[in-house]
Design a protein around this ligand. Structure first.
Ligand code: URA
Length: 248
């Protein structure tokens, strides 16, 4: 193969090519479908039916997580914590695993780390109900120990399916466990945070932009101005990418 061609091949960003292809396909399909909804009202009705379908699919996953016994955490939990929020969210936050408060209530990020996440969401000019909040593990590891590989392998399909259904524009991975798992990398969070990566969403699906940042529990333990500034810088990039205003 001529050298320039080989070099060109090396420079092709395969994710970009797939994304462009899918965007084109979506454009033409959308164009064809748009003919079906003749009025704004009909379009709104179709949209709300699509959201209702997403909500019902997410409820099915929550039910499966509630019944799950694929790893030992299933028999140790008080409640599973499948995740909650807007089924049509543009942003999806993904943490590590439920802690004691989350296990007690069956809801994600409701303890101290969750209260800080709420503040970050508010600082972005958003409400908790605008976003979806989930975790890599749906059940609490004893004493909040790190997730084990076999637990992640058992549990990850639930999150992957949630991402498929919600189709967020951006995933914000909170902390090393979420970022490394979703990006399939061993790089430390210090290297991953602050830039957009691509989450591979499966064959035939466009990759999802992923911003890695510090976990709010880490931020609470290391509450320096520098770390807070870093997280805010990361979130500002997310807002810019979504075309949302940056509150003063
Ligand atoms: N930490 C997490 O990673 N997830 C939660 O839901 C709560 C704390």
């Amino acid at each position: 193969m001529p050298l320039e061609l080989a070099e060109m091949g090396n420079n092709i960003d395969i994710n970009k090519v797939i994304r462009q292809h899918l965007e084109m396909e979506r454009f033409f399909t959308g164009f064809a479908l748009r003919g079906k909804a003749e009025t704004l009202e009909q379009q709104e009705q179709e949209d709300s039916m699509a959201v209702a379908e997403k909500t019902s699919e997410l409820e099915k996953i929550a039910e499966q997580a509630n019944q799950c016994r694929k790893c030992e955490l299933g028999s140790l939990r008080t409640n599973s914590v499948p995740g909650e929020g807007n089924s049509n969210a543009r942003i999806m936050f993904v943490g590590e695993a439920p802690g004691a408060d989350e296990d007690a209530q069956g809801r994600p990020f409701v303890g101290r780390a969750g209260q800080l996440l709420d503040k970050i969401i508010e600082a972005c000019g958003l409400k908790r109900s605008d976003v979806f909040i989930g975790n890599i593990l749906k059940c609490r590891p004893p004493e909040n120990r790190d997730p084990r590989a076999e637990e992640i392998i058992s549990c990850l399909p639930y999150l992957q399916r949630q991402i498929e259904i919600i189709e967020p524009e951006i995933i914000v991975a909170l902390g090393a466990h979420a970022a490394k798992t979703l990006l399939n990398t061993t790089k430390p969070i210090g290297q991953l945070r602050g830039q957009f990566h691509e989450y591979y969403a499966g064959l035939g699906r466009p990759p999802v932009k992923l911003m890695a940042t510090y976990h709010t529990a880490y931020l609470l333990r290391n509450y320096s101005q520098e770390n807070r500034r870093r997280v805010w810088e990361d979130m500002k990039k997310v807002l810019v990418e979504l075309g949302l205003p940056i509150p003063k």
